[in-house]
Design a protein around this ligand. Sequence first.
Ligand code: SF4
Length: 343
Amino acid sequence: MGESVNVVPLAGLSLTETEELLAQIKIDRRYGRRLLYWIYKKGIRIFSEINDIPKEVLSVLSACFSTGLSEPVSKVVSSDGTVRYLFTTEKGLLHESVYIPEGRRETVCISVQSGCRMGCRFCATGQNGWRGNLTAGELVNQVVRLPHKVTHVVLMGMGEPGDNIDEVIKALRVLTADWGLAIGKRRVTVSTVGVTPAVKRLLEETECNITLSLYSPFPAERLEAIPSEAVWTYMETLDLMKKYMADRDRRFTVAYVMIKGKNDTEKHLEELKRILSGTGVRVNLLPYHRTGADSYCSSDRETMMRFKHLLVTSGVGASVRKSRGEDIEAACGMLAAGRTKKS
Ligand code: SF4
């Protein structure tokens, strides 16, 4: 990534960090904000694209820094308009982001790691192992370098945010700050299996929305699909969400992937109602996408709509998420960078 070696990539840095770096090389720190405008808002790859900073300053910048931004390696377009982009890092870590247009809402789902070490059973990323963490700059790059006007960002691609929390928190600052991409805090959502210490940091250090990937309200059953339940129980994250629920603007959601005959029974519905009633935490019901490693299939639309209806009538906010990008393997749980299908 970047235009030369042994230089510091600026993408991922805050305004203060950038100003301090400029001061170290004897450049007026007031250029910091303008520099970040060109990187985060304009997505430049090389400093010579900047037209409002003196040329002699740009030449010093080019010698010391790179923008830290890079093009996607390839893209695949779905029949429903969803686009899956493949990126790589300087170290060769492949990762994917997915652009999902829906009316005036333009969402990008980004990756936080190349692969994942959580090993969730229903997820292609988890089945393919972990190759490395992405930096804050590499997270932000997945939004900045897309040729779209992004309105919402979800950290639901490859990897577990709680397993790379320092870089995730830095990236969230860049995504939401006025000197960064200036995306509204309520338009950025982090999805996690519930790594409790990381959830605490997200709640205390950011104002973004949080989604807990649940799978089953029964701990023993959840453990079978989400191994991290053995270390960080979902109940701990739910308790934290309840505690922070006073911040009404912030949205807390439970993502519930529905698998036919596994977690879509009356017993599951009643338990979901019991744990979520009166909490203000919403449920997002998702269709299951088979990843090839199992014989499960998704609950049918009728069952999902019935679940939604019965949750809503018992006072639990619920919605059914439409499947997007399934034909290009870009739907939830299907990301596994390194396929051969490219454009
Ligand atoms: S569901 Fe999320 S945490 Fe689990 S393996 Fe997949 S990417 Fe990792």
